[in-house]
Write a protein that binds this ligand. Structure first.
Ligand code: UDP
Length: 251
């Protein structure tokens, strides 16, 4: 499939519907076409602007879908309509399809108890699911090598990595050399949700693009992250949109 891409502040964002994203990745899993999926939000863009290694990883990703509403707003300011593709929802669909096809999955991340509970709950939900490997997200550099070796040996079709950004993307980047046929996706706090530890925002918040607000109310410590990045990101998005309009006007 040819990628249809738009740029937000110099970063590629794939333009597609949620269903197309699910189908595209599911096809890649079936065809053993390894890939790194990034579910991007404004915080990640601000982080990448300060972290060269993370920036490179974002630029080299095989699929970048807008997880955060800030990204879809930035696109809208450029007159590009793109639905939000929450990483957690995309991940659930991929897991569901792996349970149907018998493709093996692996889970890396979160605290041990959360990881075990999340695995138990998704196994209950998708009965035929084959979780071939899992490890919590608190490990040393030495242990990291062992985890990558174990993953390589188990060779799962899909690996869900829940370490938060940029840790999960950096970890995925290290795995790809020995696991070229595996699809990787960073899923942030998804295991906490699947374990029942953190509540997902009610549908009304999600439909209004206000999941971030709900999460900030429930976990006030997240405010520190958002207030430092979101206003700067939105300010840059407005400037970018104005500059675009001026450039078009001059043509
Ligand atoms: N985490 C981890 N190892 C670390 C740091 C974080 O496994 O060294 C886990 C943490 O326990 C949580 C997830 O990564 O389950 C990050 O969640 P967060 O809500 O920060 O991610 P977001 O959804 O905002 O990207």
């Amino acid at each position: 499939m040819e990628r249809l891409i738009a740029q937000v502040q110099g970063y590629d964002i794939d333009l597609m519907t949620f269903d197309d994203a699910v189908n595209y990745v599911t096809d890649n899993i079936s065809n053993k076409q390894g890939m790194h999926i990034i579910t991007i939000n404004p915080e990640m863009i601000e982080l990448a602007n300060k972290n060269k290694c993370f920036k490179e990883i974002l630029k080299e990703a095989d699929l970048v879908v807008p997880d955060g509403v800030g990204i879809t707003i930035a696109l809208k300011l450029k007159n590009i309509e793109q639905e939000q593709i929450p990483g957690i929802d995309l991940a659930v669909e991929l897991i569901k399809n792996c349970a149907i096809t018998g493709d093996k999955i692996a889970l890396i991340g979160a605290k041990e108890k959360i990881l075990q509970k999340a695995a138990e709950n998704i196994e209950k939900e998708f009965i035929k699911l084959n979780i071939c490997y899992k490890h919590n997200g608190y490990f040393t550099t030495e242990k990291e090598k062992e985890i990558i070796n174990n993953l390589t040996e188990k060779s799962p079709s899909l690996v869900l990595v829940a370490l938060g950004a940029p840790k999960q993307e950096i970890f995925i980047n290290k795995c790809r050399e020995t696991l070229p046929y595996t699809v990787f996706i960073g899923v942030g706090g998804a295991f906490d949700v699947w374990a029942g530890e953190v509540e997902r925002a009610p549908e009304i918040y999600r439909n209004l693009g206000l999941e971030w607000l709900y999460r900030t109310i429930k976990q006030p410590e997240r405010f520190k992250r958002i207030y430092k990045t979101l206003p700067i990101f939105l300010f840059k998005a407005i400037i970018e949109a104005i500059r675009n309009k001026c450039l078009k006007g001059n043509k």
